[in-house]
Design a protein around this ligand. Structure first.
Ligand SMILES: O=P(O)(O)OC[C@H]1O[C@@H](O)[C@H](O)[C@@H](O)[C@@H]1O
Length: 322
């Protein structure tokens, strides 16, 4: 090996480092030059950390999270596939979040002028065991990219590789747990006046009234056909998360509040105060793929100082223009 090649490889390592996480599970750390980073566990293909250039954690992971099959890791960005929630015959939120993913040896081409160096391609495929509960062949490719400005992008490509001519249907979510200072100081913009299914009321359909959404009790709602941008404003920390999505019409908003928190073994009693799930999802109308067809769903999240979004800018402009 030429020493130049070695140096290049060392440089690449700065952007993508393969190591071991909790319980010796394979983990990948993505880093960008300004100091931001993200961590991805191969177990679940799950992002478990996303930090800004000040090394502040932006995602919530429970102090009681269990990093061991069959439990999914409580926090970060679990992938719900091929079933969201309990709408179907599979375990809650499907099985992708508690399977061991692999590094994709043959990732699909992305635009060649892509300046991002901090990315990882993962893949999950049908196994003989899983075909007993979901009788389909598929390839699920997940690219996780940390942009130079610290934005975190997840792109999923799911292909039907059935050889028996059968289509399959699935629902999906990026179950993102945002870290917030105090849930009672948080506001979500972009979902007001929309229809939603209330999971706490037998999935009955309601219309959201009034202004931005705030939190004072348990929430478990699936907002339907939402705009592509949603903002989560954390007043106390003066931070706004902006979520952009593509191919994912719905958005789930979940906070378990005190009673449910106590009932979850892998979640601290008071931790509900410091998290909010806003999930880019496709729940109401399942995606149907014929053999050979591929679906693509993308989520991009960024964290900006709140002054950028609230007051100085018309929130409508932030949410509805690109
Ligand atoms: O405990 P789990 O399986 O990770 O699910 C957490 C929550 O996930 C949300 O997406 C669902 O809407 C809730 O109903 C559910 O309680």
């Amino acid at each position: 090996m030429h020493s130049g090649e070695g140096r290049d490889r060392d440089k690449e390592k700065v952007f993508v480092e393969h190591c071991k996480g909790v319980n010796g599970i394979d983990k990948v750390i993505l880093r960008e030059v300004r100091g931001c980073s993200a961590e991805v566990y191969l177990y679940g293909g799950q992002v478990t950390s996303w930090k800004n250039e000040y090394r502040e954690e932006l995602l919530f992971v429970s102090s009681k999270a269990i990093f061991k099959p069959p439990k999914a890791i409580r926090g970060g960005i679990p992938i719900c596939f091929p079933q969201f929630g309990n709408q179907g015959s599979l375990e809650q939120h499907g099985f992708a979040r508690n399977r061991l993913w692999s590094i994709d040896p043959d990732p699909p081409p992305f635009p060649t002028n892509n300046p991002n160096k901090a990315f990882i391609d993962l893949i999950l495929k049908h196994s003989e065991e899983d075909m007993k509960i979901w009788p389909h062949r598929y390839e699920f490719r997940l690219r996780i990219t940390l942009g130079p400005g610290g934005d975190l992008m997840l792109t999923s490509r799911i292909r039907n590789t059935n050889t028996d001519g059968k289509s399959f249907a699935f629902t999906f979510a990026y179950h993102t747990y945002f870290a917030v200072s105090d849930i009672s100081e948080v506001r979500v913009e972009g979902l007001e006046t929309l229809d939603y299914l209330d999971n706490l009321k037998d999935k009955v359909r309601f219309t959201e009234q009034g202004d931005a959404i705030t939190f004072e009790s348990e929430v478990d709602k699936v907002y339907l056909s939402t705009p592509t941008k949603i903002a989560i404003l954390d007043h106390e920390r003066k931070r706004t998360f902006v979520l952009r999505k593509d191919g994912l019409p719905d958005a789930v908003v979940w906070n378990p509040w005190d009673k449910k928190a106590k009932a979850m073994p892998d979640f601290g009693d008071d931790e509900y105060k410091h998290m909010l799930c806003v999930e880019a999802a496709c729940v109401e109308k399942p995606i149907i793929l014929k053999p050979g067809e591929e679906w693509r769903g993308r989520q991009e999240i960024s964290a900006v100082p709140s002054s950028y979004c609230s007051g100085q800018l018309d929130p409508r402009k932030v949410l509805y223009t690109d």
